[in-house]
Design a protein around this ligand. Sequence first.
Ligand code: FES
Length: 87
Amino acid sequence: MSETFKVRVNQLPVIEVPADGSQSLLEALEAAGIETRYHCRTGFCGACRSKLHEGEVEYVNDPLAYIRPGEVLPCICIAKSDLILDH
Ligand code: FES
């Protein structure tokens, strides 16, 4: 059994995402059937901007879109812990 992190998005029931970094957070949300907002999927447009309430993510590419403290771009980051976010 591969390891997973527990993720709660928009106060929906908790989903599990792979902990091995094999999917971006955006892909993991999509795979779990969460309705997502996105456009470029490369960290440029900011359409996927989400508020991270709890937990840690790691960027696999540098975010180019403007993000405020506490915001993340799920299209270019991976989960590094259990997360609570608003997307
Ligand atoms: S979809 Fe464009 S920054 Fe994430």
